[in-house]
Design a protein. Structure first.
Ligand code: ASP
Ligand code: MG
Length: 419
């Protein structure tokens, strides 16, 4: 069988960890499998390289940054191959480019457009264990090396699993799988034996850091089941896969609760209550290349103006504020206010399609915890509320309990980061 395994940064943080992972890979190989391994940079290497770049240059060119960052994964790939070779198996490491990961040309956030795994195939044919540096590829147009965005080794792994026709993809990190909520916040959070692609997409898009969003998108599109598990144990993890909703097996209404503290809220005050004002505000933000998330517009009471609030990544806050300030006169609003002391709590589950009253339960639980809701947004299988930064943990716990998701015994508390 062809097995594709990805190991995150915390699983290969130092020499001892690399040897431990090498042994695991060799065990898989000795069970008669063809093994392809995707690896992240060791520990905090990517962050360290970014810090180093910042010390050298205030605004490095994106091309050079990608040359620098891709070195992190090259290091761990080569070291892992060495460790496997010492265990009596031949292993060969490849950069993303050598492995045939073809991407768009956008540095720092390139997308995989094709995989041409010829070299991987021939290495497998020769009996080698293949190690591929994750998170990177090469643009066919510029011929330059690209990176796929933070955490994107997951995406490399799923893309290779699909291209190589592996039946599934294993993603190893330092946590036991996907939990019903962050176990560091909710002691009674439970490991989910399985979760649907749709639910995992909502979890990943709303702050759960366990899997890269694009990895889940890719897995759903190519129908690659993903097994998220710990490299520190042999326990089964969580299967992210297609789940038939009509399945007679009893499904819980709510699958998981995600939270996100990385967003900010901008409120545009005194917006003239005229046709096209909201369009002008959001065109301004869109033209600055910024994606927004939640939106609320308050109805004007007599005064002929409205207030519009929306959320966006904190990282884009300064850019959005500058764009809006420069559009203040033409649009004619009175003021614009920035607040990053907020957090989003999202309740996710395909069961809410068929069960009434889910939002009422969410809002009631949050109210009873004494927490004020600032904004609400929903999808077919998600309800998100925006609350004060300081209330996020309490809100997550309240909702987790309200839906009966707390485990009886106290779950193991993890220090893991899911890398
Ligand atoms: N090393 C990269 C990062 O830290 C990619 C990854 O770990 O998946 O974001
Ligand atoms: Mg990761």
């Amino acid at each position: 069988m062809r097995v594709v395994q990805k190991f995150g940064g915390s699983s290969v943080a130092d020499a001892a960890s690399i040897k431990r992972v090498a042994q695991r890979i060799v065990d898989t190989k000795e069970q008669g499998n063809d093994v392809v391994v995707i690896v992240s940079a060791m520990g905090d290497t990517t962050d360290d390289l970014l810090d180093l770049a910042a010390e050298v240059s205030p605004k490095p060119r994106a091309r050079e940054l990608d040359m620098l960052l891709t070195a992190g994964e090259r290091m761990s790939a080569a070291l892992l191959a060495m460790a496997i070779n010492d265990l009596g198996h031949t292993a060969r490491s490849f950069t993303g480019s050598q492995a045939g990961v073809i991407t768009t040309e956008k540095h720092g956030d390139a997308r995989i457009i094709d995989i041409t795994p010829g070299r991987i195939e021939s290495a497998l044919d020769e009996g080698d264990v293949v190690i591929v540096a994750g998170f990177q590829g090469v643009s066919q147009t510029t011929k330059d090396v690209t990176t796929l965005g933070r955490g994107a080794s997951d995406t490399t792994a799923v893309a290779l699993a699909a291209a190589l026709g592996a039946g599934f993809c294993e993603i190893y990190s330092d946590v036991d799988g996907v939990f019903s909520a962050d176990p560091r916040i909710v002691p009674g959070a439970q490991r989910l034996p399985e979760i649907s692609y749709e639910e995992m997409l909502e979890m990943a898009a709303n702050g759960a850091k366990i899997l890269h969003l694009r990895c889940v998108e890719y897995a759903r599109r190519e129908n690659v089941p993903v097994h998220v598990r710990s490299s520190f144990s042999n326990k089964p993890g969580t299967w992210v896969k297609h789940i038939d909703e009509e399945d007679p097996v009893e499904n819980p209404i709510i699958t998981g609760i995600a939270h996100d503290r990385s967003e900010a809220k901008i409120t545009v005050i005194g917006v003239p209550d005229r046709v096209g004002a909201a369009a002008d505000v959001f065109t301004t933000v869109a033209n600055a290349g910024i994606n927004i998330d939640m939106i609320v517009q308050n109805v004007s009471v007599g005064g002929g103006t409205t207030a519009i609030s929306f959320t966006l990544p904190q990282a884009d806050g300064a850019k959005a504020m500058a764009a809006l300030r420069s559009a203040q006169e033409p649009i004619g609003f009175r003021d614009v206010v920035y607040n990053d002391e907020i957090g989003k709590v999202s309740v996710i589950g395909v069961g809410m399609r068929s069960h009434p009253g889910v939002s009422a339960t969410v809002f009631r639980a949050i109210a009873e915890a004494g927490i004020n809701i600032e904004m609400i947004s929903t999808s077919e299988i998600r309800i998100s509320v925006l609350v004060d930064h300081a209330d996020v943990d309490k809100a997550v716990r309240a909702v987790h309990t309200a839906f009966g998701l707390d485990a009886d015994g106290q779950a193991v508390v993890y220090a893991g980061t899911g890398r």
